[in-house]
Write a protein that binds this ligand. Structure first.
Ligand SMILES: CC(C)(COP(=O)(O)OP(=O)(O)OC[C@H]1O[C@@H](n2cnc3c(N)ncnc32)[C@H](O)[C@@H]1OP(=O)(O)O)[C@@H](O)C(=O)NCCC(=O)NCCS
Length: 182
């Protein structure tokens, strides 16, 4: 269990399954998540996903829980690791909308970043956001991610093509930020 200022990251439990299903089947949230997550997800698929996470060594799945009232509000993950080049790809969602824009996502991502750079021998963390997801981009920038590239018109939503935004943070940048915070 990894603890920050507002949230802790913990392992998923069976009790999280139905709540998580409601979170990611909310169309507003589904629209912000990557297209390779199907919509809507069925209960048996979600249960299968839960069973699968226990045995996957290169995928780290964390439930995000509030410190104040132990509420399960979302999840974050290392989705893949390129060990040869030392790059981890991550993702995050806060599924309980009351918690958007209050620093919970920022805190959870900071814990995930610290976990990766302090506990794993990884040199870079990357993620992809959508150009219209301004809250996410701002939150990730607050964590130290920088915009590295624009993948033009790779997302089709409601008849419009949007850009994907590639963001990344290097180990050296993380260490510099840590030193500056002291
Ligand atoms: C993205 C997400 C994890 C961010 O977590 P959060 O707790 O909501 O965000 P934070 O409070 O850490 O930071 C949000 C920042 O964006 C700002 N913001 C909010 N809406 C904004 C907008 N429309 N334009 C610009 N900035 C905005 C907030 O003011 C805040 O900045 P501040 O602290 O300087 O005031 C969360 O909103 C979420 O899970 N959303 C749904 C799923 C999703 O988008 N996942 C990411 C996919 S890449």
């Amino acid at each position: 269990m990894y603890t920050g200022q507002k949230v802790r990251l913990r392992a998923y439990t069976r009790e999280d399954i139905s709540i998580r299903l409601n979170y990611i089947n909310d169309i507003e949230i589904a629209n912000l998540l990557t297209a390779d997550i199907p919509y809507p997800i069925l209960l048996h698929e979600e249960e299968k996903w839960f069973e699968s996470i226990t045995s996957q060594s290169d995928r780290y799945m964390f439930a995000i829980e509030t410190i104040e009232d132990n509420r399960f509000i979302g999840g974050c993950s290392i989705n893949s690791i390129d060990w040869k080049n030392s790059v981890a790809t991550v993702g995050i969602f806060i599924g309980h909308k009351d918690y958007w824009g209050h620093g919970y996502g920022n805190d959870a991502m900071n814990i995930l970043i610290s976990f990766i750079f302090n506990q794993m021998n990884i040199n870079k963390i990357r993620l992809i956001s959508y150009s219209f997801n301004k809250r996410a981009i701002k939150s990730f920038e607050k964590c130290g991610f920088v915009i590295e590239g624009i993948l033009r018109k790779e997302v089709f939503k409601d008849g419009i093509y949007y850009d994907k935004i590639a963001m990344g943070i290097l180990r050296e940048e993380f260490l510099k930020n840590m030193a500056a915070d002291k």
